[in-house]
Design a protein around this ligand. Structure first.
Ligand SMILES: *[C@@H]1O[C@H](CO)[C@@H](O)[C@H](O)[C@H]1NC(C)=O
Length: 396
């Protein structure tokens, strides 16, 4: 099976241009050269200045949602999974007011797990090293318990902080665009929360590039806080928005950070669903019939046939699992700041953590072979105007 890559000297990975000897000769203990390269690469999240691990751990559709992951049982398993994640160098933990049944249960479990872990090992769980997120949109069943009104943004985040047992989150997202609340209202609401210190920065989830730029321009024109990151769906079979629509957002002046969700397409890219939906899988569980339906649709439209070929490539050529390949493929895109992993058991997380080594090993040839199997590369971003005459402008 998978063999880890040869380990390379650590200092080059730590600070470009500073040798191990230079680092070792400095007296400051915080600058001591590491023996090994950092196993978990970091990327800077947009303009926030925050470094986040390229893999991160999310609570969607797991804790507080599944029957055996509620209450004390849920807290215990969350502690185990969070420990595996933190030991592997993950520093970003993602949640939302909507996660769990009823809404907020996932935050309650995460808050309690983090409180207990911090008591048990205050050094490992230093708040100053963690990047904790939540997302506001679906707080409750009432008409004003959802959406992006200033009222719900404030009440929603306050309730999240209480469940998380925190004074602030690092990142707060608008979980969707809100067709009923003008962008100016949302920007004012989010700016106030950031300036009160309830979050250090804000971003969006599943907003169009147009909605993002409108919010950024409005904020900048009025001296308010612009959104700085987006949480979009991105995986091998969901590419258009991330690769084409957002293309200009990754450049200056936007420099958008991204925390991508569903790199395994809710499990469809694990390879488990190629021929049928296993009885013990999420796709067969009540409340997740949409996963089973999607698997069925993928079997009919030829997508699963591609997954089968990818799985063969992963196992036969690369010596890794299909899940690892699917995640590694996302990591190869430098516009992915961090890739959210879901897991309800430590062994699932340990497997997907191996994706970092796979990503390091994937060559241009591999990426070409994978692209040939996928055969779904979106058309490149065209920008404004028609390329043929744009190319002619300013030429003699
Ligand atoms: C990342 O975004 C930049 C800017 O749009 C683009 O030039 C580059 O091709 C993108 N990278 C990938 C792997 O798509």
């Amino acid at each position: 099976m998978w063999r880890p890559l040869r380990r390379v000297g650590g200092a080059a990975c730590l600070v470009a241009g500073v040798s191990a000897a230079t680092l070792a000769s400095r007296s400051s203990p915080t600058l001591a050269a590491p023996v090994d390269p950092p196993p978990m690469p970091m990327r800077v999240l947009g303009n926030t200045g925050l470094q986040v691990s390229v893999l991160s751990y999310g609570f969607w559709a797991t804790f507080g949602a599944k029957g055996d992951l509620k209450n004390q049982e849920g807290v215990e398993m969350a502690k185990q999974c969070l420990s595996v994640a933190r030991d592997a160098g993950i520093n970003l933990i993602d949640n939302a007011e909507a996660y769990g049944t009823p809404n907020g249960e996932a935050e309650r479990i995460m808050g309690e797990a983090l409180r207990q872990l911090t008591l048990e090992d205050p050094e490992k769980w230093r708040r100053s090293e963690l990047v904790i997120t939540t997302k506001i949109f679906w707080g409750g069943p009432g008409v004003n318990e959802r959406g992006l009104s200033v009222k719900h943004l404030r009440e929603g985040l306050d309730a999240s902080l209480k469940r998380l047992q925190l004074e602030y989150v690092d990142l707060v997202f608008c979980h969707r665009p809100d067709p009923m609340t003008p962008t100016a209202t949302i920007v004012r609401g989010m700016s106030a929360l950031v300036r009160e210190g309830k979050a250090t920065a804000w971003g969006t989830s599943e907003w169009s590039a147009q909605q993002q730029t409108e919010a950024i321009c409005y904020a900048n024109a009025h001296g308010l806080e612009p959104p700085q990151f987006e949480q979009p769906q991105y995986h091998m079979f969901h590419r258009e928005r991330f690769e084409t629509e957002y293309a200009p957002m990754y450049k200056q002046p936007y420099n958008l950070g991204t925390t991508i969700w569903s790199p395994l397409a809710s499990g469809l890219l694990t390879g488990k669903y190629i021929h049928e939906t296993p009885a013990d899988s999420r796709g067969a569980a009540s409340g997740y019939t949409w996963v089973g339906q999607k698997a069925e649709a993928w079997r009919k439209d030829g997508t699963m046939a591609k997954v089968e070929r990818l799985k063969a490539y992963a196992e036969g050529t690369l010596g890794c699992t299909m899940s690892q390949l699917a995640i590694a493929w996302c990591l190869k895109n430098e516009n992915v700041t961090t890739c959210l992993l879901g897991a309800t058991k430590p062994h699932q997380l340990i497997e997907t953590l191996g994706a970092v080594e796979v990503a390091r090993k994937l060559t241009d040839e591999d990426m070409k072979a994978i692209e040939a199997i996928l055969d779904n590369k979106p058309a490149p971003y065209q920008g404004y105007g028609f390329p043929a005459w744009v190319r002619g402008i300013n030429k003699l």
